[in-house]
Design a protein around this ligand. Structure first.
Ligand SMILES: NC(=O)c1ccc[n+]([C@@H]2O[C@H](COP(=O)([O-])OP(=O)(O)OC[C@H]3O[C@@H](n4cnc5c(N)ncnc54)[C@H](O)[C@@H]3O)[C@@H](O)[C@H]2O)c1
Length: 271
């Protein structure tokens, strides 16, 4: 451990269970000396696992539906109170598509659900920053990170309307990054992570094949949730003060690979 987050305060969203990327981020942030609150949607709280994480990180859980302005206001007020100061970091680790969950074909989307997908998976990021800015809870020089997927740039058919949500999410990071950068020297970035076996990840059709393919297409292999947590910590730390408004690929090289030896081998074998 490097004490990279010593004295820093923050909020970590999206830890549902031990597989969640946010869960690993919380464990790493705690180990690096940060203090933070945890939050998730009230429905997700019923599973109860997040309370274990809170105990292990010596903190509290504040329920908040990330699409609700009221809930977010309450989240920030309680967090500031509990942590005793302004926030140095925020992790947005939230994604859900009713269309993907219910396996709706891309040519037969339910538009009410599409709007929900966008609200939960993308607008919530804007809401978190807008509410935080209005309440003036962000410390100067802080860092805000959201998690995304390369389906924003390339087609992955089973990813459905989440592809549009991720494109909006990444765009919000640039627009709000500009604003918060000028106002308070705050960085805003998205991390584009490899497929990872979590509840959200495995909800996408054909996930196992997807993961195997990505692994073979990546010279370093897929990045795990733990790897992702390590990367998030660097972005929350003072070592990345001038990195902002970026979509940062954290995918073992997948995004820059056209074909790999492993894929050639696989196709040769199957011929
Ligand atoms: N797993 C992957 O393959 C993968 C790859 C790239 C990016 N991501 C992204 O990483 C992030 C975290 O997902 P994960 O893979 O750890 O899965 P996960 O299922 O563990 O986390 C998703 C979280 O979103 C929360 N959530 C859903 N609706 C919410 C709402 N209205 N308000 C507040 N929280 C809400 C869920 O309760 C859950 O904790 C997501 O943005 C996801 O799209 C995942």
């Amino acid at each position: 451990m490097y004490n990279l987050l010593k004295g820093k305060r923050g909020i970590i969203t999206g830890a549902l269970d031990q597989n969640s990327i946010a869960w690993k981020v919380a464990q790493r942030a705690y180990a690096e000396g940060a203090t933070f609150t945890l939050t998730n949607a009230p429905v997700a709280m019923r599973m109860g696992a997040i309370n274990e994480l809170a105990a292990a990180c010596n903190t509290i859980v504040i329920p908040a539906d990330a699409t609700s302005i009221e809930d977010l206001e309450n989240l920030y007020k309680k967090s500031e109170e509990h942590l005793g100061g302004k926030l140095d970091f925020v992790l947005h680790s939230i994604g859900m598509s009713p269309n993907v969950r219910k396996k709706k074909d891309y040519g037969d989307l339910n538009y009410e659900w599409f709007l929900k997908t966008l609200d939960i998976s993308a607008l919530s990021f804007h809401k978190m920053m807008q509410v935080g800015e209005k309440l003036d809870v962000f410390a100067d020089g802080g860092s805000i990170v959201a998690l995304t997927y390369i389906a924003a740039q390339k087609v992955f058919p089973d990813y459905g309307d989440m592809a549009q949500a991720k494109a909006v999410l990444e765009s919000i990071a640039r627009s709000y990054g500009y604003r918060l950068g000028k106002a308070k020297g705050i960085r805003v970035n998205t991390i584009s992570q490899s497929p990872t076996p979590t509840t959200a990840g495995t909800g996408v059709g054909g996930f196992d094949v997807f993961m195997d393919y990505a692994d073979k297409m990546s010279p370093l292999g897929n990045a795990t949730a733990e790897d992702c947590a390590n990367y998030v910590i660097t972005l929350f730390s003072d070592l990345t003060k001038k990195v902002t408004m970026q979509n940062l690929y954290h995918d073992g090289g997948f995004s820059s690979s056209g074909i790999t030896d492993a894929i050639i081998e696989q196709f040769t074998q199957s011929k």
